[in-house]
Write a protein that binds this ligand. Structure first.
Ligand SMILES: C[S@@+](CC[C@H](N)C(=O)[O-])C[C@H]1O[C@@H](n2cnc3c(N)ncnc32)[C@H](O)[C@@H]1O
Length: 440
């Protein structure tokens, strides 16, 4: 995809994050091809390899020869280059701070021009509706316009990672560095707008992109967690560490979350003997029988790989991950929005948890519709998740431990407590059955 430069009143409406993208934009303005651009840079004594080094990195060249060549090609000073990258030029922080009034005036004078460009919002019909949710087919930036301010409790987003992956026809996953981040920040602004005060935003991506997003979000929302989802993706990369984690950013709008339901997970045990993997010392009797509090490192989420549990060929998150996010940040009846529906995991889980939902998807929506209408497979996956959730030891592990003479939480309960626990479990199972039955 070529660099998205939208000319507006003679100015460029795109945030730049790399020196390469600024150079490429200059070439586009001159009507030059990439080859012509490289030829012109050569005249400035910069070879192709030297400029390509700045394609995927936000740094300003430290090599004087390269920097001066680029500045000459751009007809810019270093200060102008830094400003174009959206930064306060190094060494001028005090000048900037002492002149904020004048800078604010220049910006505010432009506000009126921008407002003139607001469009009338067209009403778009949903592709599919259930009792709890609505699915829209189209570009999320267009569809967001229909969602009223402060109307959503949680946004979960698993966007394309800009890795040139295969999606449906017409859905590209390759943009320039700046084009991708600029697009990202635009839809993040929309997420923030539609969230209720205290609403939660979760963004799933590779760490590289989430470092930029985190910086952007820190000035707009309240940071809760950088969740590391331990999962290998792709192949080992030469001269780099093997990438083995996704990042799930968790932010809230305003001071504190409107809802935070603690999630509990089992103690990690050996699948063969049932022994705990980590030593918890002498505090066994003080452990909560509902499990340990979930941390910000999730190593129990597995990729959806088996074709029997997959709804489409690519990029599908697990029901367990979405159950965790939605259960943690919402209550029954709350509204969950996912701008990148994919196979519809967010909507399937929202249905099973009794949450309302709004979904967008640019590609094939039929898969999502089928999934929401035929819940049997998701119900089975969901039951599996609940076999382990909120238990110090899942039943099978507990049996194994008892067989091997290892302690379980039952050892630290009086007979009366055990009876009450039995009763509570039965009631919980009955309630869960009722939730499942009430679903179509
Ligand atoms: C990583 S996948 C989401 C997978 C999803 N979380 C799941 O579990 O199935 C990203 C999805 O976003 C869609 N997409 C890409 N660009 C979009 C846009 N501008 N608006 C809406 N959807 C878009 C792609 O078609 C793809 O299905």
């Amino acid at each position: 995809m070529s660099l998205q430069t939208i000319s507006y009143m003679g100015c460029i409406e795109l945030r730049f994050f790399t020196v390469f993208d600024i150079v490429k934009n200059k070439a586009d303005q001159l009507g030059h091809t990439e080859e012509e651009m490289f030829a012109n840079l050569k005249k400035e004594r910069i070879n192709k390899k030297e400029i390509l080094a700045y394609q995927e990195s936000g740094i300003i060249p430290t090599d004087e020869k390269v920097l001066n060549g680029i500045l000459s090609y751009l007809e810019m000073s270093k200060v102008e280059l830094e400003l174009t990258l959206g930064r306060i030029p190094t060494g001028f922080e005090d000048v900037f701070l002492n002149n904020t009034k004048e800078i604010a005036k220049i910006l505010e004078d432009r506000k009126g021009d921008k407002e003139g460009f607001q469009n009338v919002i067209p009403e778009i019909q949903p592709y599919y509706s259930s009792d709890l949710g609505k699915l829209y087919n189209g570009d999320c930036l267009e569809l967001f316009k229909q969602v009223p301010d402060e109307s959503v409790d949680t946004v979960f987003a698993d966007p394309p990672f800009n890795l040139d992956k295969e999606y449906d026809e017409g859905v590209t996953d390759k943009n320039t560095f700046s084009g991708y981040l600029d697009w990202y920040y635009n839809w993040i602004d929309e997420c923030i707008r539609v969230l209720k005060p205290g609403g939660a935003l979760f963004i799933y991506n590779i760490p590289k992109w989430n470092t930029y997003l985190s910086e952007y979000l820190n000035g707009r929302m309240n940071f809760r967690n950088w969740i590391t989802v331990d999962m290998k993706f792709g192949l080992p990369i030469q001269n780099r560490l093997y990438p083995a984690n996704y990042s799930l950013l968790y932010y809230v709008k305003g001071d504190k979350p409107k809802t935070f339901n603690v999630q509990r997970v089992p103690l990690q045990t050996c699948p063969h003997c049932g022994r705990e993997i980590k030593d918890y010392g002498g505090y066994k009797n003080k452990m909560n029988p509902k499990g340990v509090t979930l941390s910000d490192v999730w190593s129990d989420i597995y990729p959806v790989r088996h074709s029997s549990s997959k709804n489409r060929k690519f990029n599908e998150l697990s029901v367990k991950l979405l159950d965790r996010v939605i259960s943690m940040s919402t209550n029954e009846g709350d509204v969950v929005l996912d701008p990148f529906g994919g196979s519809g995991t967010t909507f399937a889980v929202s249905e099973l948890l009794g949450r309302k939902w709004i979904g967008f998807e640019l590609g094939n929506c039929e898969i999502i519709k089928d999934r929401v209408e035929n819940k049997d497979r998701d119900k089975k996956l969901f039951e599996k998740v609940y076999e382990e959730k909120n238990k110090l030891f899942p039943d099978k592990v507990k049996e194994l431990r008892k067989k091997n003479g290892l302690w379980t939480d039952d050892d630290f309960r009086s007979d009366k407590e055990n009876e009450e626990k039995e009763k509570a479990n039965k009631l919980k199972e009955k309630n869960f059955d009722q939730i499942s039955l009430s679903l179509k």
